[in-house]
Design a protein around this ligand. Sequence first.
Ligand code: G1P
Length: 288
Amino acid sequence: MAVTKAVIPAAGLGTRFLPATKSMPKEMLPIIDVPVIHYVVKEALDSGIDDIIIITGRSKRAIEDYFDDSPELEMHLANGKKEHLLKMVQEISSLVDIHYIRQKEPLGLGDAVLRAEKHICNEPFAVLLGDDIIRNDRPCTRQLIDTFDRYRCSVIAVEDVPKEMVSSYGIIKGRRLEDSLFLLEDIVEKPKAEEAPSTMGAIGRYVFTPEIFDCLKRTTHGVGGEIQLTDGIRLLKDSQNVYACTFHGRRYDTGDRMGYIEAIIDFALEHDDLRDDVMAYMRWVVQA
Ligand code: G1P
C-alpha cells in the first residue's frame, strides 16, 4: 500500500519562542514572508502525499486560516489589479485538502499522532514535525517513503547531532546495515549526553506502519510527563523491524532561535531582490 497520508502535529505550545507564541502558532513564524508550516506541507506534497492531517490545539486558528480561501483579501487584490499577489494567495489555498483534528490537552507528541488514528484507517503514513525545514531535490519524506517501499517497515530520519545537543532529541541505538541505513535497536527520548546510546538524533520525519497506534496506546507518560512518540517507537521495534536512515538535504531547525536565524539568512540570500542588500548589510555589520 502506497504512503499517501501525512500527519503534521502542530499542537505544541512553542515555549522556545515566547512571548511571540503567546498569541500566534510557532508554525506560523515567517521565514521572511512564508510561514514555516508552508514549507512542511509543501515537502509532504512533493513527496507524493495527497491527504494531510494537521493536529492543532488552542490558539492555532491562524494555521487553518492560512490554508483556507480568503474572499475579502482576494477581492481587494483583484480590485487593485494586484494579479501577482492574488495568484500567490489563491495558490496557497488550492495546494491540498487539509483536515484538522484538535488535541484537546497538550499531552505530548505521541498523543497528538494518536489523534489521527481514525483518519489514517490502517494505512502506512508519514509524520512531519512542524519545526524543521529540510531542503533537497528529493524531499526528505520522499527518501523515507523510498526506504519504506523497499522494506515495508517503519522508518525514521536521523542525523548526527553535536554531543551537547543529544538531550534535545530522540537518540537511537542502531545496527548499521548500509552507509545510510540502521536497524533500530533502541531509541531514548532526550537522554543526558553521558547516557546517550549514540549521537544519532531523530529529526522529525517518520514513516510508520499503522501498528504504531497500538504501541502509542500502550505508552505511559514519559519525559516531561508526556506521551512520547519515541516511547511508542520503542514498543514498535519489539514487534516489527524499524529502520533509521540518514538523509540527503540541509535541515533548518526553525524551532531553535539560531536555526531560525540561519534559515532567514540563507533564504534571503536566495531572493534575487534581497541578496545584494542583505550581503551588503552583513558586510557592514561584520566590519563595524
Ligand atoms: C521531538 C521528539 C524528539 C525528536 C525531536 C526532533 O522533540 O520528541 O524525539 O528528536 O522532536 O525535532 P521536541 O523538539 O518536540 O521537543
